[in-house]
Design a protein around this ligand. Structure first.
Ligand code: NI
Length: 178
């Protein structure tokens, strides 16, 4: 497994609608392993393929550690390929969200409290599963990435511009070209 470089906002690759995964093969399996490695190392609770520069509708997540407050024992790594939200609850939840592509920035985002999502796992088996609480927020945040949407897109344009300018400065400080 290899840790990959996480793209930082602003980057045109984070604003694209990603392509469907045509076939769940060994290459996709390797990508899933790399993405989980990269996510745990960051550390983070979710990561979408475009964040490592791959144009594919695929995400990984693990909110167990955060919920249990025990990174060592509570791992529950999940891989979702071609995820589609099939139902959302009326009830909403507010979480202070962050993003590995927008480090050190956090803001409250309101989303449906529960969602049902259909997807393929890394063996190509299809599932439909309901997510609640932090898992629901995380899966919606990551699916947004696959449509080129970032959590700061839910904020006012003034706030978004401020954050984007801050990020441009941070990228320059880190000597990052992408
Ligand atoms: Ni994110």
């Amino acid at each position: 497994m290899t840790k990959r470089t996480i793209l930082l906002h602003p980057d045109p690759r984070l604003k694209k609608t990603c392509a469907q995964v045509a076939e769940v093969n060994a290459k996709i399996g390797n990508l899933a392993d790399d993405m989980l490695d990269t996510m745990y190392a960051a550390p983070g609770i979710g990561l979408a393929a475009p964040q490592v520069g791959v144009d594919a509708r695929m995400l990984v997540m693990d909110c167990a550690a955060r919920e249990e407050d025990d990174v060592e024992t509570a791992q529950d790594p999940r891989v979702l390929i071609n995820p589609v939200v099939t139902w959302t609850s009326e009830e909403t939840n507010v979480y202070e969200e962050g993003c590995l592509s927008i480090p050190e920035i956090y803001a409250d985002v309101t989303r449906p409290k529960q969602v049902r999502v259909s997807f393929l796992d890394q063996s190509g088996t299809s599932h439909e599963e309901e997510f609640d609480g932090l898992w629901a927020t995380c899966v919606q945040h990551e699916i947004d990435h696959l449509d080129g949407r970032l959590f700061i897109d839910y904020l006012s344009s003034v706030k978004r511009t401020m954050i984007t300018n801050k990020m441009k400065k941070l990228k320059k400080e880190r000597g990052r070209v992408a």
